[in-house]
Design a protein. Sequence first.
Length: 278
Amino acid sequence: MKNILILGGTGKTGRRIVRRLLDAGRPVRTASRTAGDIPFDLGDPTTWAPALDGVTAAYVMEPDLRASVDHHARIPRFVAEAVAAGVRRLVLLSAYGVGEADDSHPLKPAEQAVRGSGVDWTILRPDWFAQNFSESFWRAGVLAGALSLPTGDGRTPFVDAEDIAEVAASALTEDRHSGQIYQLTGPRAISFGAAADLIGKAAGRTIRHVDVDPDVFVERQVANGVPADVARRLTGLLVEIRDGRGSAVSDGVERALGRPPRPFEDYVAETAAAGHWN
């Protein structure tokens, strides 16, 4: 029986969690809209029961942050159904800063539902993923030689998705994480300019950070098909970095794993060696 369910099991964090659990001999079921062991869609409740059959622990994430989506009808309802089906441990992928955000934040209902579920729970609030430079979002800019972002000289402690996955895998299988909220960051905050320099040196190419006006950045995102409200939210988060509000380093990785988080330089070296920026 595959009694650990990973939503988004083929995604950036999900596939890394799955790899760790399988390496440990744990029974895992991956669920996603397009791949994995079983079809699953948070927007289609008819897909939930088959995914939850026999499951006792679940990794939960919300992939759709559009304002037009009823976020009270998704993870909160899924959590209720999961508990009724026998799930006794929930690990939620949230986001950095949700604890200080107002109730309009799309992940607030998810956190509230998990905390009020009546079962063991752990909430992960990661900072910006280091892997955004190599697997999504900013990879095209790296390959083009220019990271055009409205971040100025602001710094942020990029967190390695491998660290997030290790914390999640541990939380899914060990009692000691119950009731914990982990703010997950890297060991130090760096600017996007510094990140571009490190990646450029490792990849053998010239990469620079270009500061962009926030309104222009929103327009570019919308032109590329990003919903306007999502583009504005994303831009607001990047502007927070520019304004110096995104530089705090947290001890979540060390509290959860008993070791420091992976340095950004290690991520860059491994990613360049694997040819992801060729």
